[in-house]
Design a protein around this ligand. Sequence first.
Ligand SMILES: [Zn+2]
Length: 461
Amino acid sequence: MKIHFLGGVDTVTGSQHIIEANGKRVLRDCGLFQGKRKEADLINRALPFDAKSIHSMVLSHAHVDHCGNIPSLVKKGFQGPIYTTTATSELCSIMLRDAAKIQEQDAAYLNQKSNRKGLEPVIPLYTNEDAEKSLPFFRGYRYGDTVEAAPGMAVTFHEAGHILGAALTTFELVEKGRKLRVGFAIDLGRNELPLIRNPEVMKNLDVLVVESTYGDRLHDEPGQAEEQLFQAISKTIARGGKVIIPSFALERAQEIIFHLSSLVSKKRLPRIPIYVDSPMAAAVSKVFEMNYDYLDDDIRALSNIVGSAIEPPWVHFIGSVEESKTISDADTPCVVIAASGMCEHGRVLHHLKHGITNPLHTILIVGFQAQYTLGRRLVEGETKVKIFGDMFERKAEVIVLNAFSAHADRNDLLNYIGLIDPKKVFLAHGETDQRTSLAEALRDQKTGDVFMPVKGDVVEL
Ligand SMILES: [Zn+2]
């Protein structure tokens, strides 16, 4: 019985693990590695295993750093079932098509350049057709369901408290009469998120593989998110400005809509126009609407009052590009939620291009901003930034809200791992500093033997 640590081990992207028992291999997650274009492309094109050797796949959730390379897996010959939750399965049909579109657009952009230089054309990592071919392999289950992913390998799904449909998974391994319970908590969410129930504590684990993204950091409490949002918006509206919120289309956009619905229903926010300018966020919101049984009591209670806290009547979902341009050109007070979340592509760039030089406006950062992204430059306070190749002087106020995170912070991780109290803990999905700090704290807390594998390690259990 083995675990292969193949991706998202000492980084927070490109999650891939193989669990092996009785000579069968089950892949847990097949994420896209996201980073600098060249490095990411090399890693994503070369899967670190033979796709045909995989018996089946277990998928934790619909974030692309966990599901985004499934089309490559299928393209390379994987033919097995992909076990996941029903909600994740529905979300993946949106996420994988969108990821394919980005791959195709990227290749077209590079080909324009390489044509000029007479270079070989770039082939996209995968196309929309490849993404669609992978969808029939998905099999949807509910939290609490158990499925035999391979002989002697029963997998159970548990609430992860992370995003809609996200699952922690226990693998009950039986090989030559020996039994072992291995739990995976990647990604692990937080208690008290507004839309999602709290993470379930997996029971009787021998081995826990857990994320460590925020192993040495603390977030503000989720309960503070709404007040922080209110303060930033009311201040901007009072001075006649517009609030531009770059947001991930999945979960964060719906969370912001929920808080705005709550503020409007309490009559704290005036009836200003609220726009969601992301066709993908609109599509994801439809999946949320269809999956109320996955959601927390908070949102069901609010929806009972306002009709729907996911698609409330006072939120306008922008469809056409023309309408998007009209909104981005206007300087009247309003709230615009637009993707992408790190300001790398998508309609948010048009809103930033038109709004960034206006000192009345606010750019509200509500999500993680990776290195080398425009979002990170804004967080770091840069006053001159490039958008669509042109330099702009940033005069709009940038406000960073730290209560919005769907990942466990240091205290959440220590508590969660302490409650499980496994014999062995493997820390993955974290940068070196974060893992090391968390490992030291766990050793002080005396929670099992703590290991920090590196990419490529194969551990005999
Ligand atoms: Zn995630």
